[in-house]
Design a protein around this ligand. Sequence first.
Ligand code: PMP
Length: 286
Amino acid sequence: MPGKVYMNGDFVAKEQAAVSVYDHGLLYGDGVFEGIRVYGGNVFLLQEHVTRLYESALAIRLEIPIAPEAMARAVEETVAANGIEDGYVRLVVTRGSGTLGLDIRRTSDPQVIIIADTISLYPAEYYEQGLELITASTIRNHPSALNPRIKSLNYLNNILAKIEATDQGKIEALMLNHKGEVSECTGDNIFILKRGVLKTPPPDAGILEGITRDAVIRLAAQEGMTVEQVPLVRHDVYIADECFLTGTAAEVIPVVKVDGRVIGDGVPGPITRRLLELFQQLTRGD
Ligand code: PMP
């Protein structure tokens, strides 16, 4: 039974695992995090997630009190302590407690928290029938304001866009950047296929460089496909032959409608299905 939360080197019962109300993670969303999958008892792409966590921390000048190797070990130990075979790990590092002001020099004790739990997956019908997206009116954070490459504890930008999706009965929203280009969805990266070429926005379009995105780019390249990281506009999505999203929770999920426009044949495309299959083989370690 999951219930042991790693906190700064100790395991604490879930009910007792708590942070201070003075923690700047709570007061200001000042911290970083990762979401990681566990497949068959193995933490999937752990190294990549740990690297991204430390890069996010570096960008916000947050010094994580333990080394990356110790962090990776702590994740493995937390998964084992909770007996998780197939599940999800949430890794969080907060700025720690401080004064009721923004000064990071007046904070101490960053909290390192690792939660290993089960995961609720998207219903199978989304994979069989594909998703419908709307474009949110909320634009993705400007990279010079809060760079989306930082996986920070401040997810309000994404939450505001997600509210727009749920208000319209959809589970994901497409977000545009300050230039009106396609960036990503609220918790997933986006790909399109056009005339056999796979395309996805580049990091400077204002995206989180998804670890699933990277894995799918590698798998597609291994399949001999041309993959381009190029700026895209909504028109490119509307006229795509196929479209899909990638993310730790979603894996590879087909998109069949965007803003009421049918994408391709209106059903999950063959390349999307092939990439999902290859990705799932990778998660199983074949
Ligand atoms: N974009 C955003 C905004 C995300 O939060 C996530 C993670 N849920 C992704 C993309 C996908 O990244 P990953 O494949 O590393 O989960």
